[in-house]
Design a protein around this ligand. Structure first.
Ligand SMILES: Cc1ncc(COP(=O)(O)O)c(C=O)c1O
Length: 117
């Protein structure tokens, strides 16, 4: 039988053992919580997120407030492109992209076009 080699880790990859271990307490009953909520479950999740935010910020020389976590690539593309375009509209109304971009980028570019860019 031919062995398979998976070459698409940029798209998705197995979770590292250390990451799984760190996340497990927050995935189980009694540990999960919405970090925007005021109850203790939420506040515990917020503390954990803020700890992670501080570690990521320090590791790349960024400010704590500059680190945003999201659900994945599509959401990041949307937030970055729409956010940057709207925040800088007075500096110009052009977004330059190319056909080799990921569809999530192209669709977001088409969306900002509907906003007049
Ligand atoms: C630039 C870019 N945007 C979006 C995606 C899709 O990511 P997700 O499936 O996490 O939304 C990818 C996936 O590789 C990507 O490379």
């Amino acid at each position: 039988m031919q062995s398979r080699i998976y070459l698409d880790h940029a798209a998705t990859t197995p979770i590292r053992t250390e990451v799984k271990a760190a996340m497990e307490p927050f995935l189980e009953r009694g540990g999960f919580g919405n970090p925007s909520s005021l109850h203790s479950e939420g506040q515990r999740a917020k503390r954990a997120l803020d700890e992670a935010r501080a570690i990521v910020a320090e590791s790349i020389g960024a400010e704590f407030s500059e680190i945003n976590f999201n659900s994945g690539g599509t959401e990041a593309d949307n937030a970055a492109l729409v956010g940057v375009m709207l925040a800088n509209r007075r500096r110009g109304e052009h977004l330059i992209t190319s056909q080799i971009e990921h569809e999530a980028v192209l669709h977001t570019a088409q969306f900002v076009e509907t906003l007049g860019f």
